[in-house]
Design a protein around this ligand. Sequence first.
Ligand SMILES: *Cc1c(COP(=O)(O)O)cnc(C)c1O
Length: 387
Amino acid sequence: MEAKKIVDFIRGTFGENEAFIPLHAPYFGRNEKKYVLDTIDSTFVSSVGSYVNRFEEMMTEITGAEFAIATVNGTTALHLALVLAGVKHGEEVITQPLTFVATANAISHAGGVPVFVDVDRNTMGMSPLALEQFLETNCIVSDKGECINRISGRRIAACLPMHTFGFPLEIKDIVNLCRKYNIVVVEDAAESLGSYIGDSHTGILGEIGVFSFNGNKTVTCGGGGAIVTNNKAIAQRAKHLSTTAKVPHAWEFVHDDVAFNYRMPNLNAALACAQLEQLGEFLENKRNLAHIYKSFFEKSDIVFFEEKEGTKANYWLNTLIFKDKAAQLDFLETSNAGKVMTRPIWRLMNKLPMYSHCMTGDLTNALWLEERVVNIPSSVRKNKLKK
Ligand SMILES: *Cc1c(COP(=O)(O)O)cnc(C)c1O
């Protein structure tokens, strides 16, 4: 199909008169201003305040996790989650090469070393088969019960799969495999708020899950993140470490650990609460858009990426798979020149200078997707929201 024809169709879907169609713009309803002004009137704009607590409650209700801890962004949530998972300096964390750079950076922030294993073509998330092959070929469980990479001699402390563009990966198989090898699973669910595997929300099948509320995500609060877990001890430690590890006392400053200032400010939480109230409507709106795209691309040689059976995607970013790199490039050029914002998938992590030395498995699928995937405009369509 001709690139120009697709660009015209996307324009028609969002409104012919828009000068520029962004990839994903936020939408703000009525309560956003009201709640933010509340925090200013109350003077509680910082990390103590009722909206932060309300945000955490809403996140437990939405995800079904027992505990949720608010953070300043998704990257810090990932960093904290990896610390809580027990990642120590010089230890390895297995992740996927096809992800946003924050995933790999958080591993480095925790002192860890990323190891990259391949993704599946039908989920774009970590492949259980690739993980199994990597573990079977390279790793042993020591007498102390630690998983050791025999090639590097390092302990493998955690596994960090990522639900790409909100499409759930095969997390159950990953968790079962990691259990066998004594590896803690942290889910990078940053992009997958509102995505399900069966009845389970993403982020709750691993030991710890992480969400982001950055400006380009399905729900935003400017900057924000959250950790979810069913493990009480981890939840308590997450709260403690995110708030400078201060020992509760009426006036004394005593801190019992090297900790972080990672708690979400009330100002942001106010915005987050107002946005989360609309999550259901946003998801429905985005699913409708995905249906429109799906029918359009059915008649073409371009694959519109769909959720796998038994899962529900949030369709955060709608995804096309072109037949080859030339077709991908041609479409990127035509659409962006036509002021319809489209983006290729990320450059693989192992190709970035700071991660080029990292150990990898066979990356056939990640390389295949890197040359073909393009994201197309996916914002909530304002004119289709219920009044
Ligand atoms: C957005 C995102 C993050 C980081 O979230 P921030 O809130 O921007 O720090 C981490 N991982 C993935 C996969 C993301 O898409």
